[in-house]
Ligand binder design. Structure first.
Ligand code: UT7
Length: 367
């Protein structure tokens, strides 16, 4: 049975930064309160012309560069987002088209902030089963478009950004070792965007009632997160007969510094074993774990052969953890330039649209 290694990683955040002081001009809050209660100092906000696919493509190309893998080699793309571009088509398909992943199947999964762990697990299982050789997982968010900038309970928390992993099959042991995935739909009300789906289709009333914005019972989510995070890590470690002593790094979902602190206490682990960057990005939902991972690698914290536990929680309610042996890119003789495929991808996409248009004209004539 092949092993599923994480061989590439990339992140991208939009340039504009929104500080706590900026937010204090919008709602009744202040920098001290936000830093004290959440650990967040600033977050990045997408510009008007940036969408989840825009950010996701940047992160994906960077991940492919590290993996030294051409997009045309990808078998599968899974995108996960709490702020997808559309209800359908899947954001994964837009990314597939733009990076030029001509033979990849692409789809989205939705598990709120836990999405990246669930999606990476799905990709790893597909590789482990032998049915595919390589996969791209993208977590990408433009949550700022769903934030009610008049609600001080939520608007202080979220930021935009994207992160991506490339997974590849190898006979060498390592990579994704174990995963646990959990859900509890009885808590669905605690964190939600209610309108825009088929239950509350967009209407004057849904807009008037603010149902297209993120709604959250902050205290409830806080209690849930502190209850499940530590337990999920232990469960994932137990599956591979490991303990917290065997782990070099925990990469938690970046929602709130205090939640991470509580998890560290529960696990009896020093906080400096936790990768934390919530101060500079806020909560980027599905993108937070890969963004934190990429930064930790760039800082020289995460190194090959390290054992890492990812842990996440979010709306649904959902939560999960994954234990990974970090390896890095599979050595290859040839050097590929994934970014160069984008130009061809744009041309290919344009030509396919033209062909589809011409086919449409001829088929109408035949009818
Ligand atoms: O991916 C998962 C996403 N969600 C989360 O992870 C959220 C988890 N929850 C949290 O992070 C925290 O519950 C919050 C940061 C949202 C809130 O922190 P808290 O310590 O639970 O505050 P609180 O809701 O208990 O509010 C305490 C006080 C209240 O005032 P009173 O009633 O005591 O007078 C709030 O009205 O703080 C007030 N408050 C604020 N004050 C200044 C609430 N938000 C703000 C604010 N600035 N932004």
């Amino acid at each position: 049975m092949p092993f599923a290694h994480i061989t590439g990683w990339g992140m991208y955040v939009p340039e504009p930064i929104l500080t706590n002081d900026d937010i204090s001009k919008l709602v009744d809050t202040n920098d001290e309160w936000i830093r004290d209660r959440t650990g967040i100092r600033e977050r990045h906000i997408a510009r008007e012309h940036e969408f989840p696919s825009t950010l996701g493509v940047e992160a994906a190309v960077r991940a492919l560069q590290i993996a030294n893998l051409a997009p045309t080699e990808l078998d599968l793309i899974i995108c996960t987002s709490s702020s997808p571009e559309y209800i359908f088509p899947a954001t994964a398909c837009i990314i597939q088209d733009q990076i030029g992943a001509t033979k990849a199947g692409a789809f989205d999964i939705q598990a709120a902030c836990t999405g990246f762990i669930f999606a990476t697990n799905m990709a790893a299982q597909a590789i482990r089963s032998g049915s595919i050789k390589s996969a791209l997982v993208v977590g990408t968010e433009v949550l700022s478009r769903f934030v009610n900038w008049k609600d001080r309970n939520t608007c202080i928390l979220f930021g935009d950004g994207a992160g991506a992993f490339v997974l590849q099959a190898s006979d060498i042991p390592g990579g994704v070792m174990s995963t646990v995935m959990h859900s509890d739909g009885s808590g669905a009300d605690s964190l939600a965007i209610l309108a825009g789906g088929s239950r509350y289709p967009a209407s004057e009333l849904t807009i008037h009632e603010g149902k297209h914005f993120i709604e959250m019972d902050g205290k409830e989510v806080f209690r849930f997160a502190t209850r499940v995070m530590g337990r999920a890590v232990l469960e994932a470690l137990e599956k591979v007969n490991m303990t917290t002593n065997d782990v070099q790094w925990i990469v938690p979902h970046q929602a709130n510094y205090r939640i991470i602190e509580t998890a560290a206490k529960y696990l009896k682990m020093p906080l400096d074993k936790f990768v934390i960057n919530v101060d500079r990005y806020g909560n980027t939902s599905t993108a937070s774990i890969p963004i934190a991972t990429v930064e930790a690698i760039q800082k020289g914290q995460i190194k090959p052969s390290d054992k890492i536990a990812f842990v996440g929680f979010g709306g649904g309610l959902t939560w999960g953890a994954m234990v990974v042996e970090w390896t890095g890119p599979i050595p290859a003789k040839k050097h590929v330039h994934p970014e160069q495929y984008r130009r061809f991808a744009r041309l290919r996409s344009f030509l396919r649209r033209v062909i589809r248009f011409i086919e449409g004209v001829f088929s109408r004539r035949e009818l």
